[in-house]
Design a protein around this ligand. Structure first.
Ligand SMILES: [Fe+2]
Length: 409
């Protein structure tokens, strides 16, 4: 059966004037990466990677070799960590999964892993299909784009890394609950700002320390939305974001992740070195990724993570659905999303069913109130699986709640 949709939403279809992509079902052809970018800057990035001594893209992922994380990095003396309370966040728009707020940079993967993952993601045929210029971005140009959804079919090394139990274990240690990677479309995506190789444009970048400092000071004084970024101020739709630095020359200035603390102040997260990562509970922490002020590459690779079943996750469609996120290919994205949600629900149902059977066998009294609570939770989860789909609701983007002060929740 298919439903005859009678949406009573005031926004029945995605409209460009509301910040949405109208061609989302055709995979946003209006946002493809210009050939000039592929011929110039991407070609030069690939050339650099391929000329690294010993580079071999056929190497298989090996956690022992490619994950360079050490147990002691979890210690707060080694890696700076912030609870939501430390960040003065006491009210959130959805309930947080734990009091974990953010972990500042810690070494995670080797240089070889960085190079192979970049190489897999930046192949021209991968970019053609899986990369798009951002839908909404402040001060973005042909060199700012997103890649994602390619890992399962195009990037065996990246896929194996993000789905490795070793990685989930590391993230779990920081955030205080059992974490797992999200579905394919959200598990390995690159946020890219490339340095221009066009000499005319290059000449427009600040050169002296004074020029650079003046721009940074101006950004810090203004509101977050004015900072040039490939992704404006937002909450993530995934519970956690693991952000790995893939490229950032030492001389680059600016371009950090900026988080908004409970007192609505912007705070720049120190930039990880290449192969290092940060983690934030992005579902409840307002943030943005700014572009470098200088003419340098900044490439991060992000994995959305969530709480592992049988606990139901708190992920959403808001900032990742195809009418908002140009890189999300309609069929792949929704197949990934619904499969992920259904699987979690299956595991939740199995867990609860087994619990009921065991209780009966142990001679326990049946608890109606508790079982009704379980059912309501699952109904809500199922409802959240579709209530933001384009077929029913397309409110303007960026969402209103991105600019609502924490205090108003
Ligand atoms: Fe984010």
């Amino acid at each position: 059966m298919t439903v005859a949709i009678q949406s009573n939403s005031p926004y029945p279809v995605p409209l460009k004037k509301n910040g949405l992509i109208e061609s989302y079902k055709e995979n946003s052809p209006t946002h493809v990466i210009p050939q000039k970018t592929i011929d110039l800057e991407v070609a030069s990035l690939l050339k650099r990677i391929e000329s690294t001594p010993g580079f071999d893209p056929t190497v298989k992922f090996d956690a022992k070799k490619h994950i360079i994380f050490k147990e002691e990095y979890c210690s707060p003396e080694v890696t700076k960590q912030f609870t939501l309370k430390d960040l003065k966040i006491t009210k959130t728009h959805v309930p947080p999964l734990s009091d974990f707020g953010a972990a500042f940079p810690f070494p995670l993967i080797s240089e070889e892993a960085v190079n192979i993952m970049l190489w897999e993601g930046f192949q021209p045929h991968v970019l053609e299909k899986w990369a798009r210029l951002p839908n909404l971005a402040t001060g973005a140009n042909r060199l700012d784009f997103h890649i994602g959804g390619h890992a399962r079919s195009e990037a065996p090394f990246s896929w194996a890394f993000f789905n490795s139990p070793e990685l989930s274990e590391i993230v779990s240690k920081f955030c205080g609950f059992k974490a797992r990677p999200l579905y394919n479309s959200e598990v390995c995506h690159f946020n890219v700002s490339l340095a221009t190789e066009d000499p005319e444009i290059a000449a427009t970048y600040p050169k002296t320390k004074e020029e650079i400092d003046a721009i940074l000071a101006k950004q810090d004084a203004g509101d977050g939305d004015a900072i040039p970024s490939s992704l404006g101020l937002h909450y993530d739709s995934s519970s956690l974001a693991l952000v790995i630095m893939m490229d950032l020359p030492k001389e680059a200035v600016g371009g950090q992740t900026t988080i908004v603390t409970g007192d609505e102040k912007s705070r720049r997260v120190p930039e990880p070195t290449i192969g290092s990562a940060t983690i934030i509970q992005g579902r409840v922490l307002k943030h943005l990724a700014s572009k470098p002020v200088t003419n340098h590459n900044r490439i991060t690779c992000v994995a959305g993570m969530a709480i592992a079943p049988p606990i139901l996750d708190n992920t959403a469609l808001t900032s990742v659905k195809p009418s908002v996120m140009s890189r999300a290919r309609y069929d792949t994205f929704y197949s990934d999303w619904t499969t992920y949600r259904f699987e979690n629900l299956e595991l939740r149902l199995k867990y609860l069913r087994e619990k009921l059977v065991k209780r009966y066998e142990d001679g326990e009294k049946f608890n109606q109130e508790e079982v009704i609570g379980w059912c309501e939770e699952m109904e809500e989860y199922l409802h959240k699986t579709w209530d933001e789909m384009e077929a029913v609701h397309n409110p303007p983007y960026p969402s209103k709640h991105f600019s609502t002060p924490y205090d108003e929740y």
